[in-house]
Design a protein around this ligand. Structure first.
Ligand SMILES: *Cc1c(COP(=O)(O)O)cnc(C)c1O
Length: 389
């Protein structure tokens, strides 16, 4: 059996892929669809008219993996449609990989904390074990390749590598990922999560999937393409890995509405729009890194290649509370291994970033910099707890 098929759960391999009413919908000559128990009437959202802005109106089930969309993604990510799976965000792809390849209570995944939490969550929900091989924190968050190879010597089906990594903002060299994939051939899939790659601008590992069948690359439109609300992630993998994932995928992962939005986002104009915003975010990231480094409350700024910046401060819990009171939400990451004093801030618009910087400037752990005038007024009608009545 093929090198990657052997890694999948045998009971999943034995499953027939479910055929939906839409999979064989494009039968020549058919124009009357009475096979899927759909309503013949377009919904109220269409004003009662049949949809004219997509191949199917919303009263019809969407195509599970539309050929036009796979073609667009294939040219966008420089691969072939057979190597692609489109899912509800990269998060769904993570869960599909765990469910299709890990035997519950038998197999493990490897994660490299501090990193994205969903790898571990998806594994635990499914009942798979988790082996943590921490990043080498004293060394710019480098991947511990030898440590991972030790941990994955048996009982491991998936190794998740987030590159660039969330929340550290650091990239993992492609050679490290490929060394893992080479050493683990026939043993485990190496999953490179490239969610933030556009902000870095480095080459994707997606082009190497053809050479290394146990390499899987995850992309998403959620971050750089501004489509977090539409839920669209793309898996680039060997066609046999894609076929296994399709057996686990829910029948209709993409809504008709998200398909309409995707069609526009992947047009030449949509791609130009995204590129302009990526450049804006990168310029603001450089400005934020420099401004934060000059701020008294900030002890250290970790260099980032993403759309967020991780920085250290003496009391992260207090700083995050202060920022929230000033109306700015950031993420306290100090509970993550190796990130004792760290806070993560996403790059916003210049005005949003200025609001954040101004609030950090006003912050002092002892409070002496906060003038009474800067303290938020109690909301109108609020009863002061000092009021004796
Ligand atoms: C945000 C994030 C995701 C989630 O992506 P979706 O496509 O929105 O599901 C995946 N991986 C990492 C590392 C992320 O930070």
């Amino acid at each position: 059996m093929n090198e990657v098929l052997r890694l999948a759960r045998p009971d999943i391999l034995a499953l027939e892929t479910y055929v939906t009413g839409r999979d064989d919908a494009d039968v020549a000559g058919v124009s009357v669809y009475l096979d899927a128990n759909e309503s013949p009437y377009p919904p109220f959202a269409h004003g009662g008219e049949s949809g004219d802005d997509g191949p199917w109106p919303s009263n019809r089930y969407p195509e599970p993996q539309p050929a036009w969309l796979l073609e667009r993604f294939a040219s966008h990510y420089e691969t072939s449609p057979a190597r692609l799976l489109v899912s509800r965000g990269a998060e769904e792809a993570i869960s599909l990989l765990v469910r299709a390849f890990c035997e519950a209570r038998v197999d493990h995944v490897v994660v490299n904390p501090p990193t994205f939490g969903m790898y571990e969550v998806a594994a635990r929900i499914h009942g798979a074990g988790v082996r943590a091989v921490p990043l080498l924190t004293g060394d710019g968050f480098r991947l511990d390749v030898d440590g991972i190879l030790d941990a994955a010597s048996s009982g491991v089906k998936l190794v998740f590598v987030c590159t660039p990594n969330n929340p550290t903002g650091t990239p993992v060299p492609g050679e490290d990922v490929m060394r893992l994939a080479e050493a683990l051939r026939g043993k485990a899939l190496v999953v490179a999560d490239e969610t933030y790659l556009e902000f870095h601008g480095a080459a994707s590992l997606g082009g190497l999937v053809g050479r290394r069948p146990n390499l899987v690359v995850l992309r998403t439109l959620s971050k750089a393409y501004g489509l977090a609300g539409e839920r669209c992630g793309v898996t680039i993998a060997h066609p046999q890995v894609i076929a296994v994932l399709r057996k686990v995928l829910a029948p209709y992962p993409l809504t008709q509405s998200s398909l309409r939005v995707l069609s526009r986002a992947l047009s030449p104009e949509g791609i130009t729009h995204a590129h302009e915003n990526i450049l804006r975010v990168r310029a603001e990231r450089t400005r934020m890194e420099a401004a934060l480094a000059r701020t008294p409350a900030v002890l250290r700024v970790h260099p980032s290649v993403t759309n967020f910046v991780l920085f250290e401060t003496r009391d992260p819990t207090l700083l995050v509370k202060h920022l929230h009171a000033a109306g700015v939400k950031v993420r306290d990451r100090s509970d993550q291994p190796g990130l004792d004093r760290c806070v993560r801030v996403t790059i916003g618009t210049p005005a949003e970033n200025n609001a954040m910087l101004a609030a950090v400037h006003r912050f002092s752990p002892t409070g002496e910099h906060i003038s009474s005038a800067a303290r938020p007024e109690p909301a109108a009608g609020a009863i002061s707890v000092r009021d004796p009545h």
